[in-house]
Design a protein around this ligand. Structure first.
Ligand code: HEC
Ligand code: HEC
Length: 161
């Protein structure tokens, strides 16, 4: 009985140390809520979200085989086994009605370089490579320089998208 009591006492003494140990392990205070400390019942305006860039203007490609960025909204565009919303505009058969640029011939090629009659399965999930943009500020800097800048043939283009 005494032993059990002793063990319980040791545990009780250790628990606070364990808990503070977790919180202060890296010397940092606990997580901060960005909206700041305020009574939980207070209505605080939500932080603004970043706007999608949907101006329909082509973005320059930083190197020749970069997948072009998507300059239009794609929210709710479904891509699954049954439907590929992107292809309803970008497929060879549909570009007359949509006036969208056709997917290039590389999208019809399988991995052996054979050109198929339709878009190759490996190019089916468009957003694997093509991404829309927002006006969010980059979290980390970027010192990318394109080919012309490296050769000194053109203006230095740093911080490209
Ligand atoms: C309603 C028709 C339509 C749909 C659906 C659509 N697009 Fe587009 N897309 C266009 C048109 C038109 C353009 C030409 C630029 C513009 O008007 O926005 C374009 C431009 C693009 C470009 C830029 C091409 C370049 O040369 O710069 C990319 C990449 C692109 N779309 C990818 C996609 C992807 C990926 C999807 C599906 C998630 C998609 N699009 C769905 C009509 C569409
Ligand atoms: C594996 C990556 C990848 C996937 C998946 C992919 N693309 Fe592309 N796409 C590229 C690359 C790289 C380019 C530029 C070079 C080229 O044409 O191959 C491109 C070019 C394009 C262009 C511009 C064509 C031109 O001639 O200017 C359009 C439009 C496009 N893709 C739409 C799509 C759509 C729609 C899908 C889905 C059905 C898709 N892509 C899937 C990588 C991809």
């Amino acid at each position: 009985m005494k032993r059990i009591l002793f063990a319980a006492l040791v545990l009780a003494a250790a628990v606070p140390a364990l808990v503070t140990g977790v919180v202060a392990a890296d010397g940092q205070p606990g997580p901060r809520v960005s909206s700041g400390p305020h009574p939980i019942t207070l209505d605080v305006p939500a932080e603004s979200t970043n706007r999608e860039i949907v101006d329909d203007v082509k973005r320059v490609r930083n190197y020749a085989d970069q997948p072009p960025l998507i300059p239009h909204a794609i929210r709710d565009y479904q891509i699954d086994l049954n439907i590929n919303k992107c292809l309803t505009c970008h497929d060879r058969r549909n570009t007359e009605g949509s006036q969208a640029p056709m997917v290039s011939v590389t999208h019809f090629q399988d991995r052996d370089g054979q050109t198929l009659g339709t878009v190759s399965p490996r190019r089916y999930f468009c957003t694997q490579c093509h991404v829309p943009q927002t006006d969010a500020k980059p979290i980390v800097g970027n010192r990318f320089r394109d080919f012309d800048a490296v050769l000194g043939a053109g203006p230095a283009k740093e911080g490209a998208k």
